[in-house]
Design a protein around this ligand. Structure first.
Ligand SMILES: Cc1cc2nc3c(=O)[nH]c(=O)nc-3n(C[C@H](O)[C@H](O)[C@H](O)COP(=O)(O)OP(=O)(O)OC[C@H]3O[C@@H](n4cnc5c(N)ncnc54)[C@H](O)[C@@H]3O)c2cc1C
Length: 155
C-alpha cells in the first residue's frame, strides 16, 4: 500500500482533524462580522482518523451482529477473508499495520454470530487499551449493536 508520505501529502485519515489542520499551509484568516455566527466546519469533508474509526467500528460491529447464527462453511470462510483484506486496505496506515499484527495473533472467529461478535469486540478493546479508552463489556455487544439497551432507552 503506498504511504501518504511517499505522495508528499499529509494523511488525513491517519490523524485527528486538529493536528491535520495545523499541518496545512497557512490559510487566509476570515474574520466574521460582529453578530454573524462564526464559520462552522462543513459536514461533507473527508474523514479524519476518529471519524473514520467511529464509522468503521459501527459498520463492523453491525455486520457481526447481523451475521448468520449458523453460517455455512463458505460464509464462514468469506468472512475470515473479508477481515484479512479489510486489514490490508484500511485507510489509516498505522492503524492498519497494528490491526494486521493483532489479527495474526488472533485470527477471525467466524463459525457463528456469537463467536464473531465476541472476537470483534475483543479486537476493538485491544485498540481501546492502546488508546487509553475504557474497555467495553463484550457481554453487551448485541445490546449496543443489535437490540438496543435492555432498559428500553433505544426503543
Ligand atoms: C481497525 C481499526 C483500528 C484503529 N486503530 C487506531 C489506532 O491505531 N490509533 C488511533 O488513534 N485510532 C485507531 N482507530 C480509531 C479508534 O479506534 C476510534 O474509532 C477513534 O479513536 C474514535 O473513538 P471513539 O471514542 O469515538 O469511539 P470508538 O472507539 O470509535 O467506538 C465507537 C463506539 O463503539 C462502542 N464500543 C467501544 N468499544 C467497543 C467494543 N470493544 N466492542 C463493541 N463496541 C464498542 C462504543 O459505544 C463507542 O461509542 C482504529 C479504528 C479501527 C476501525
Amino acid at each position: 500500500m503506498p504511504s501518504h508520505e511517499e505522495e508528499d501529502k499529509p494523511c488525513r485519515a491517519c490523524t485527528d482533524f486538529k493536528t491535520w489542520a495545523k499541518q496545512q499551509k497557512p490559510k487566509k484568516i476570515t474574520i466574521s462580522p460582529p453578530n454573524e455566527p462564526s464559520l462552522q466546519k462543513r459536514k461533507d469533508c473527508p474523514l479524519d482518523k476518529n471519524e473514520l474509526g467511529r464509522s468503521t467500528w459501527g459498520f463492523l460491529h453491525s455486520m457481526a451482529s447481523y451475521y448468520p447464527e449458523k453460517p455455512t462453511t463458505s460464509q464462514s470462510q468469506d468472512m475470515a477473508k473479508f477481515f484479512n483484506i479489510f486489514a490490508q486496505f484500511y485507510p489509516c496506515e498505522p492503524c492498519a499495520l497494528d490491526f494486521q499484527e493483532d489479527i495474526k495473533k488472533h485470527p477471525p472467529k467466524t463459525k457463528s454470530r456469537e463467536e464473531l461478535a465476541k472476537w470483534l469486540c475483543e479486537r476493538h478493546n485491544t485498540v481501546n487499551v492502546k488508546l487509553g479508552k475504557p474497555v467495553f463489556d463484550c457481554s453487551k455487544v448485541h445490546e449496543r449493536w443489535l437490540d438496543g439497551w435492555s432498559d428500553g432507552s433505544c426503543d
